[in-house]
Ligand binder design. Structure first.
Ligand code: ADP
Ligand code: MG
Length: 490
């Protein structure tokens, strides 16, 4: 990306997001039709979703509960009264000819998501609002050369539009924000955060200005569906806008699309203003009234969220921030980790760190290899804990433990059974190790002579040979100590 500091001075980028998060709910926002993903086209369509004449929307109160929960989890204010409005568009895949949304009076106001900037400092990214609205259907253009098809399965599905203030200042911050937001939504179980299926879509508003001056005109890049593309779209836009301004042009307020194949954004339309949508109050729905008691009930269902969990892991277990935040990023990882920890002496912070290393290192690489998530792990938390106990009690070495874990992964057997069945117990008998070393030295008299003449790096060679003879099972510390002793003896 072009540098923000050019020959004409410094530029700063300003970014605000509008995130569309699909609400986890079996039913749609105003109808009882199913929201199941992956069914045949138009299978999940009620008369309401297809906008038949005379039908009336009925608000799904579970979706409202989900929005309240999201608002609480994101530190927002739940408005006791909010309103639904019609936002008019004319698209083939929007049979009503309007979207029921919330305009001036959203269900949630304010809130914030905390991220870390590049210096590790906490940055509060303020939210402007969260409102409820319906999703549209989908036009399908690639099935026939002459016809377009419409799939209304998604029409009427509940979305939460989460709008940030223009508080973000780099593509990296945006990436951290989206990851954190997704993590919180997944903890709350209000949105699954699946960007590939389009359940979390981001409109990225980008502008540039000289630091200390008014913000520039923003360009909105619509519906970007991966973090990688979001970052690429920002990079391209910032460069395009700086070039335009430096060559004396002006940035127009417009809506653009990101094209992943070229890495560029393409003009879609010059931006409409709110008045173009001809917003007006939805006459078929009364104001949405939310009682304090309902909010209080929902508040009780909010789990410990990632930031609080990260802080607790650092405070109580002495984990470094990096490990703590990775483990806390997904509830399933944190649950697995804590379940394993329950089988280990927690007062020992060294063990908490070793368990973190094994979870994030070896276990993750096995999970990735098989494309599994941690709740589908072949190795149970208890079995991983037992493996660590075997390392700590010197039954096996850390090196052999990696092989043990691989066998456990393939067989589903416990650590101790795996060690016994495969004869992988560490050799800790001083006598046995000494016998082994003596035979190595006897095998390589020339090398022994070289070593004694000063070629000290041969020490590792002898260790390696002895390890080979014991299939890696000799206790490394004892092996080193005994070899030194043998050489000292002459
Ligand atoms: P609209 O309703 O017309 O889309 P909003 O004021 O709601 O306009 O802004 C939409 C998004 O644009 C918000 O996420 C906000 O943070 C962001 N935004 C507003 N001004 C700027 C700016 N100058 N540069 C970048 N983003 C901006
Ligand atoms: Mg907006």
């Amino acid at each position: 990306m072009k540098h923000l500091e050019t020959s004409t001075g410094k530029w700063e980028m300003v970014i605000g997001l509008e995130v569309h998060a699909q609400v986890i709910s079996n039913g749609k926002l105003f109808s009882a039709a199913s929201t199941k993903f992956g069914v045949a086209p138009n299978e999940n369509v009620s008369f309401v979703d297809a906008a038949f004449p005379g039908v009336l929307p009925v608000l799904n109160s579970f979706c409202v509960d989900q929005a309240i929960k999201t608002g609480l989890g994101l530190n927002g204010t739940i408005n006791h009264i909010s309103h639904f409005d019609r936002k008019n568009y004319f698209y083939a895949d929007l049979p009503q000819g309007y979207q029921i949304s919330q305009y001036k009076h959203p269900i949630i106001s304010g809130g914030h998501v905390d991220i870390e900037d590049k210096n590790g400092e906490t940055r509060k990214i303020r939210l402007e609002r969260i409102h409820l609205e319906q999703d549209a259907g989908k036009s399908i253009h690639d099935q026939s050369p002459t016809k377009s098809y419409i799939d209304l399965n998604r029409a009427g599905v509940a979305l939460m539009e989460i709008v940030t203030m223009p508080d973000l200042r780099s593509a990296e911050e945006v990436s951290a924000f989206v990851k954190k937001l997704r993590s919180i939504l997944r903890y709350l179980k209000t949105c699954d955060g699946n960007m590939e299926e389009g359940n979390l879509r981001v409109d990225v508003n980008v502008s540039v200005h000289r630091p200390g001056t008014e913000y520039g005109t923003r360009v909105e890049v619509k519906n970007v569906n991966s973090i990688k593309f979001i970052m690429a779209a920002i990079g391209f836009e910032v460069e395009r806008q700086i070039e335009m301004l430096e060559s004396g042009g002006v940035v127009g307020q417009e809506t653009r699309l990101f094209d992943p194949s070229s890495g560029k954004t393409i003009l879609m339309r010059s931006k409409e203003d709110a008045q173009d949508y001809r917003y007006f109050p939805e006459p078929d729905l009364p104001p949405l009234v939310i009682e304090q008691s309902r909010i209080a009930e929902i508040r009780k269902t909010i789990p410990e969220l990632p930031d609080a969990k990260t802080a607790r892991f650092q405070r109580e277990l002495g984990l470094p921030h990096y490990d703590a935040s990775l483990i806390a990023s997904e509830m399933e990882i944190a649950d697995y980790y804590e379940a394993a920890l329950a089988h280990l002496p927690v007062e020992n912070t060294e063990i908490a760190k070793i368990l973190a290393n094994w979870t994030l290192g070896e276990l993750f690489s096995l999970l990735n290899k098989d494309g599994k998530n941690i709740s589908e792990s072949n190795v149970s938390p208890q079995n991983l804990a037992e493996l660590i106990t075997l390392i700590k009690t010197n039954v096996i070495s850390g090196k052999i433990a990696k092989d043990v874990l691989k066998i456990m992964w393939d067989t589903g057997k416990s650590a101790s059974v795996t060690v016994e069945e495969n004869g992988l117990r560490q050799i800790t008998s001083v006598d046995n190790i000494e016998i082994c070393l003596r035979s190595v030295l006897a095998e390589y008299p020339d090398k022994v002579a070289e070593y004694k003449a000063g070629k000290e790096k041969l020490f590792g060679f002898f260790v390696g040979q002895a390890m080979k003879k014991t299939q890696g099972k000799a206790n490394p510390q004892l092996l080193n100590d005994i070899l030194k002793k043998l050489f000292n003896e002459g």
